[in-house]
Design a protein around this ligand. Structure first.
Ligand code: RUB
Length: 306
């Protein structure tokens, strides 16, 4: 069964499963499936196996605190449980992974409600990359009868913006695709920028797809409100205790598959947007200031701090 986990891990590495939320969901399914097929004979052996699963999934992409919080949520339930009976322990993993998924789902619903209210009729919205949380919120606004249009960037080098464009067009939303570098060109037409997040740090900074911080700069210069649409579950508790959020750097071949020899290519896939550029974080507690985010996470999901 470890092969099934390895397969999920490979899919995450290859970006066949991508976006923070989808990665966390896949990790929950993988650990649940693994537990159900375990051959471990004792609680200690079972826990060792779960740590192995965790390490394998943690190693896939380093800027994914939602996945890390999800796996910690499940494993801590087993650690805290004195049960020795294997069948019961497997049930603990199953219940905890299901519970995490339902917290995630509830968060998305609340975000869609708050975020769709913030969208004004007739507005033009810019988004970057593909965030399933953002597109869900936009679809909710459309269902509620709001009239608005969306510009989305193609998002070099992996072109996740095309996924956004396709989803929005299918939802009947007027959508325009632009190259990333055209963001400033159109910014004066834009009423509101909305982006997703991979990580929220203790200082209220947000890590998202490379290019997000440039959009935020352009938005600030044009005095366009810039919102992050994210579950508080993406808060990284390690940043509270001194760690920096690691920024994944991927293969140069994603940027140019056959470059001339001796050419150096760098391919960081996320960047940090400082809190001063963020109007608000649209999250499961409402629309909140990034300055207050740590306290709000502590109130809503105290377990994140371990
Ligand atoms: C995806 C990305 C998304 C966030 C949020 O990057 O940066 O904005 O993950 O997505 P990649 P969601 O394609 O490299 O994983 O709202 O779906 O969690």
């Amino acid at each position: 069964m470890i092969n099934a986990v390895r397969e999920t891990a490979e899919k995450i590495k290859r970006l066949e499963i991508r976006g923070a939320r989808n990665i966390a969901i896949a990790a929950m399914e993988a650990i649940d499936e693994y537990a159900r097929h375990t051959k471990a004979g004792s609680r200690e052996e079972f826990l060792k196996e779960l740590y192995l699963v965790k390490e394998m999934l943690f190693a896939t992409r380093e800027t994914e605190p939602l996945m890390r919080n999800a796996l910690r949520f499940v494993i801590s339930r087993v650690e805290e449980n004195g049960e020795k009976n294997m069948e019961e322990l497997v049930k603990v993993v199953h219940a905890a992974s299901k519970q995490f998924l339902s917290i995630l789902e509830e968060s998305r619903e609340r975000i869609a409600e708050f975020g769709s209210r913030r969208i004004r009729d007739g507005s033009v919205i810019l988004t970057h990359c593909h965030s399933s949380t953002v597109t869900y919120m936009l679809r909710r606004a459309k269902e509620k009868g709001k009239s608005f249009e969306v510009f989305c960037t193609e998002t070099r080098p992996f072109l996740q913006g095309r996924i956004t464009a396709r989803e929005l067009v299918e939802a009947g939303i007027r959508t325009t695709l632009i190259v990333d570098s055209a963001a400033r060109f159109f910014m004066n037409k834009i009423d509101m920028v909305v982006v997703g997040a991979d990580a929220i740090t203790s200082e209220g900074n947000v890590v998202n797809k490379i290019g997000t911080s440039m959009m935020a700069l352009a938005a600030k210069e044009a005095r366009t409100p810039f919102y992050v649409v994210s579950e508080l579950l993406k808060f990284d508790p390690a940043t509270m205790y001194g760690d920096y959020e690691k920024i994944e750097e991927r293969s140069p071949s994603e940027v140019w598959s056959k470059p001339p020899g001796n050419l150096l290519i760098r391919n960081p896939v996320f960047d940090v947007t400082r809190r001063d550029f963020i109007h608000g974080i649209i999250c499961e507690e409402g629309i909140v200031s990034p300055h207050l985010v740590t306290e709000i996470v502590r109130r809503r999901h105290p377990w994140i701090f371990g």
